[in-house]
Ligand binder design. Structure first.
Ligand SMILES: [Fe+2]
Ligand SMILES: [Fe+2]
Length: 300
């Protein structure tokens, strides 16, 4: 486009909605100008990536964030800005309130971010559409997981990986036949083995995208403390904290949603069920943090 370009009424070149909303406002040769919108209390991070001399500039238009600089946490508000160039380590940040940032990069990144988010979001939709009972399951599990992690005081970096892993944990279900996923009678051993493959499929789909941790967290979301889980029968100390959190959030959401073979449980009964399996399946600190979350939200 040449000459004067005026854009009004939320007109963008393109937009992608995932865990945040990224809108491409303008681009020329190597650089891009984007608008990033995040909801409150969302973990995120800036990663070194594959483009060594990339400069990324962020200007806060609205809202507030907490950014980690080494071991210091710094609050930034409307009008504040920061930029990164040649970073070696991930820079974690977290939104405090709903936040809008102007995001300018010295090399094109929109398509890269778009491809990941778009591809994964469409797989997520595909896997959730296959099973009539799991609509928005990923979003709910993400919401609970992020809240549990902040109750446990985990770092923003862990929280960022957790937010993506919890959202996409079941995308591998898109490879499981519909008739098995939606079966109302009990599953044969063979059929159950089919379903068990989904955590490995999810982790393969996420491999090489975003940061490496996400794929390994997702692979472990059905592992249980006593080694009875799958795919690897890992024990307590071998399971990552992020996977322990997803396990609790995931089980709770499954119990409190209607299923083909039973009605939804009420929140109190579902939590009791989780508590009864502390030490066997679920981590105690995670379940107790989740109880606090449910009380804060007045669900209990
Ligand atoms: Fe799962
Ligand atoms: Fe799930």
């Amino acid at each position: 486009m040449e000459g004067l370009i005026i854009c009004k009424d939320e007109k963008y070149i393109d937009q992608v909605r995932g865990t945040s909303i990224l809108s491409l406002l303008a681009r020329k040769d190597d650089f891009e100008i984007m608008l990033y919108e995040f909801s409150a209390e969302r973990p995120n991070s800036i990663t070194p990536g594959n483009t060594p001399d990339l400069m990324e500039f962020y200007y806060i238009i609205e809202g507030s964030i907490l950014i980690e600089d080494g071991d210091k946490s710094i609050k930034l508000y409307k009008g504040d800005y920061f930029y990164v160039q040649g970073i070696q380590d991930t820079v974690p940040f977290r939104t405090i309130t709903n936040t809008k940032m102007l995001y300018v990069t010295s090399k094109p990144v929109y398509n890269l971010l778009y491809t990941y988010t778009d591809e994964l979001s469409s797989l997520l939709k595909k896997s959730e559409d296959k099973d009539i009972y799991t609509h928005k399951h990923g979003n709910r599990v993400q919401d609970y997981s992020v809240k549990i992690a902040s109750k446990l005081g985990l770092s923003t970096e862990i929280n960022y990986a957790l937010a993506l892993a919890s959202l996409f944990h079941d995308i591998g279900k898109c490879f499981i036949p519909d008739e098995i996923l939606n079966k109302t009678s009990s599953l044969s051993e063979n059929e159950f083995n089919y379903i068990k493959n989904h955590s490995t499929y999810s982790s393969e789909l996420l491999s090489g995208k975003f940061i490496d941790d996400i794929s390994s967290i997702v692979k472990q979301h059905h592992e249980r403390l006593d080694g009875s889980g799958y795919p690897n029968g890992l024990n307590k100390d071998e399971i990552r904290i992020e996977a322990k959190i997803i396990a609790v959030a995931d089980s709770y959401d499954a119990m409190t949603s209607d299923r083909a073979y039973r009605k939804a449980m009420d929140p109190k009964t579902a939590l009791e069920d989780l508590k009864n399996c502390i030490g066997k399946y679920y981590d105690e600190s995670v379940v107790m943090a989740f109880e606090q979350v449910l009380m804060d939200e007045r669900i209990l």
